[in-house]
Design a binder for this molecule. Structure first.
Ligand SMILES: *Cc1c(COP(=O)(O)O)cnc(C)c1O
Length: 389
């Protein structure tokens, strides 16, 4: 045997989507016409104005070298402006910002900077699997912060046992939420910041979907809470906002000491975000209020409404989300999410993600990502109508 897999790697939870993934690949290679609501990845291309910025940037030799530090000055300046305009929050562009190779990279590396082995990390469940893995890789002990439909998929800080709160050094939160589509008000963040200050722990808020909203009021930033900078950092991503998932760029903003610690971890592991990608991203953020981006929001909202209407006629419980491109649908009475997803795939070639894969609290739900055009959504609903549960 050539190597021994580490205990930390072995301690990762089994990849619960593996079975669905395998079946999806088999269906595709058998030439079946699969309608895929499984992947959280925009189906539309990156906006032309961003591609043009990238083309210009690629021709500049200074972009071809190692990008210095945690973000080029123009990138930091543009993000600072974005934060000021969107949230009324003033960031120090040098000390309170850090460019990331996609927000997942920063989310994943953060515990190496702030979690000692054996310390507790509070992880929302259901939740994005990267938080749990990040905690385990650093030798931390994940503790599930269970969210529920009754609680609006919002954290209940009072339900966290005192000894867990005492042991914890880090808490991840994510609103607008993947997979539930739930959004949080600034008041939820106020309570989160108060909890973090009381128990002396770091709050890491994942705001990947802050620009994918369908209400007149935009999702807030946790940094709008006046004391947040003492205890919080926030992760942002260009991926969903600008259809740029493949480009790999995001950033962290907030507590200067935490930003410096994360930057130090990163400086030992990677050498920064490709300068041309940073330039494309700062042009993207400068164009955030362009009409084509508002059009995309409208498109997702219409898709989500169409899918929810269809699902309700089939016995699911589904309401369109206020943000994110996820429909978090309650399965018909008496069924479980794995059975539903297996039958959808095997019998009608429709892919959804079983909620149980996001943690026990997600059981009874299926996540449908509306990264699928409307005609295909209609076709999927018609196919599902043929199923007898
Ligand atoms: C898509 C997603 C991200 C973004 O990841 P990037 O690495 O920035 O592409 C982060 N958090 C959640 C919850 C997501 O769904």
């Amino acid at each position: 045997m050539a190597f021994t897999q580490t205990e930390r790697l072995n301690a990762l939870p089994p990849y619960l989507f593996a079975e669905i993934d395998r079946k999806k690949r088999a269906a595709l290679s058998a030439g079946r016409d699969v309608i895929d609501f499984g992947v959280g990845d925009p189906d539309q291309p990156t906006y032309p104005f961003i591609i043009q910025a990238m083309e210009r940037a690629l021709r500049k030799p200074e972009r071809h070298r190692y990008p210095l530090g945690g973000g080029l000055p123009e990138f930091r300046r543009q993000i600072t402006t974005f934060f000021q305009q969107r949230y009324g929050v003033e960031l120090d562009p040098q000390r309170e910002l850090l460019a990331l190779i996609g927000s997942k990279e920063g989310i994943g590396h953060l515990p190496l900077a702030v979690v000692n082995p054996g310390r507790t990390v509070l992880i929302p469940a259901p939740g994005y699997p990267a938080y749990h893995a990040a905690a385990v890789f650093a030798g931390g002990e994940p503790y599930a912060l269970e969210l529920s439909a009754a609680g609006g998929w919002l954290p209940d800080f009072d339900a966290i046992p005192a000894e867990i709160a005492h042991q914890a050094v880090l808490m991840y939160l994510n609103y607008p939420n993947n997979p539930t589509g739930a959004t949080a008000t600034l008041d939820v963040f106020r309570r989160a910041v108060a909890f973090a200050r009381e128990h002396d722990l770091l709050l890491a808020h994942d705001a990947a979907y802050n620009e994918m909203y369908f209400t007149s009021e935009r999702p807030p930033s946790i940094l709008q809470v006046p004391e947040a900078r003492e205890v919080a950092i926030e992760f942002h991503s260009a991926s969903k906002t600008f259809n740029m998932t493949g480009w790999r760029i995001g950033f962290a903003a907030g507590n200067a000491a935490v930003i410096a610690a994360l930057a130090r971890v990163k400086s030992n592991l990677d050498s920064g975000v490709f300068g041309a990608v940073q330039e494309a991203a700062w042009e993207a953020y400068a164009g955030l209020d362009r009409p084509e981006i508002a059009e995309t929001r409208k498109m997702y909202r219409q898709r989500a409404e169409l899918l929810c209407e269809g699902l309700r006629t089939l016995g699911f419980q589904a309401t369109p989300p206020e943000a994110t491109f996820y429909v978090w649908a309650g399965v018909p009475e008496g069924l479980d999410s794995i059975t539903v997803c297996n039958r959808l795939l095997e019998e009608v070639n429709v892919v959804g993600v079983p909620g149980g894969g996001f943690g026990r609290a997600g059981e009874g739900y299926v996540r449908f990502s509306v990264s699928v055009p409307t005609e295909r959504i209609r076709a999927a609903v018609e196919r599902m109508r043929a199923l007898e549960w």
